[in-house]
Design a protein around this ligand. Structure first.
Ligand code: BEZ
Ligand code: FE
Length: 292
């Protein structure tokens, strides 16, 4: 393979990669090389632009840390995360839809009892969240694991706060035997995704804002059901039509009901206004893997 040129280089790379023993890797790389080369041809990529692209990806890598995942932000803001989720979670209408995972999940969130306050120690308006976990055919799913995480009322996640050595605004609950879950927290606000790095610069160059509408993250798992990663968004909030990461689905927008002071769902009198959310989740049955 010598004297490769504009016309012959693509096939040469594809042939070289075809020695891979992993068939899936071979197919993915074949397509990747073809699309990457087509892209460079289509836009007639210049050497200067190629350098800017390499520098951009280097910056994305260099800002990553255990608490900063700039590659996920890049995937999210390019709509790749939403595309991958949409094509991997096709399910019957009526099942709760999935949306982006985002970079603020942690693996070791505290396990709390139903009814507990997962935002102990954070200022904000009290919020009482509850609902039922069901299967598509209406049956109750008992004891599902429900992981919840959220920003505070200034739009920050605990992992973004320096010197905070406890988790706040996140917890793992287990639904009861009737599939019911309930917990207390504070009302989160809309917030900008981290935009002090290369992805922020990209959004600015594209004249795009970095904001996400107010939401609460859920990840729900139960044996025999597809794991659900989703959010519940606040109805009538800002940015529902321009989410920086393309994650809003109409079925996930709910009324976060405001109440004047009075008795809250936990039976305790509130001397300030508080909010409630009643949201049921419908899980899809796990796909049965084809026998090899
Ligand atoms: C989030 O909702 O936590 C999130 C999702 C995508 C990018 C940044 C943040
Ligand atoms: Fe979020």
């Amino acid at each position: 393979m010598k004297n490769l040129d504009e016309r012959t280089i693509t096939q040469a790379v594809i042939e070289r990669n075809s020695l891979a023993e992993n068939e899936r890797l071979k197919d993915v790389m074949h397509s990747l090389v073809q699309h990457l080369h087509s892209f460079a041809r289509e836009v007639q990529l210049t050497e200067e632009e190629w350098e800017i692209g390499v520098k951009f990806l280097t910056d994305v890598g260099q800002i990553c840390s255990p608490t900063r995942q700039e590659f996920i932000l890049l995937s999210d803001t390019l709509g790749l995360s939403t595309l991958v989720i949409a094509q991997n979670h096709k399910k019957p209408i009526g099942c709760t839809e999935a949306t982006v995972f985002g970079p603020f999940h942690v693996k070791d969130a505290p396990h709390l009892s139903l009814g507990a306050n997962m935002s102990e120690g954070i200022n904000g308006t009290s919020w009482f969240v509850n609902g039922t976990i069901r299967g598509f055919d209406g049956q109750i799913i008992p004891h599902a694991e429900i992981e919840v995480w959220q920003a505070d009322d200034e739009g920050f996640y605990d992992v973004q706060k320096q010197h905070l050595d406890v988790y706040q605004g996140r917890a793992v609950f287990h639904a009861d035997r009737d599939g019911k879950y309930y917990f207390q927290t504070i009302v989160p606000e809309a917030y900008p995704i981290p935009h002090d790095g290369p992805v922020g610069k990209m959004l600015e160059a594209l004249n795009r804002h970095p904001w996400r509408p107010a939401h609460l993250h859920f990840m729900i798992s139960a044996p025999g059901y597809e794991r659900l990663v989703t959010h519940v968004f606040k109805a009538e909030g800002d940015y529902l039509d321009s989410d920086a990461v393309f994650g809003v689905r109409t079925s996930l927008i709910a009324n976060w009901l405001k109440h004047e002071n009075g008795i809250a769902p936990n039976g305790i009198e509130q001397h300030e206004p508080f909010y409630t959310l009643d949201f049921d989740f419908i899980l899809n049955k796990q796909k049965v893997e084809a026998v090899q």
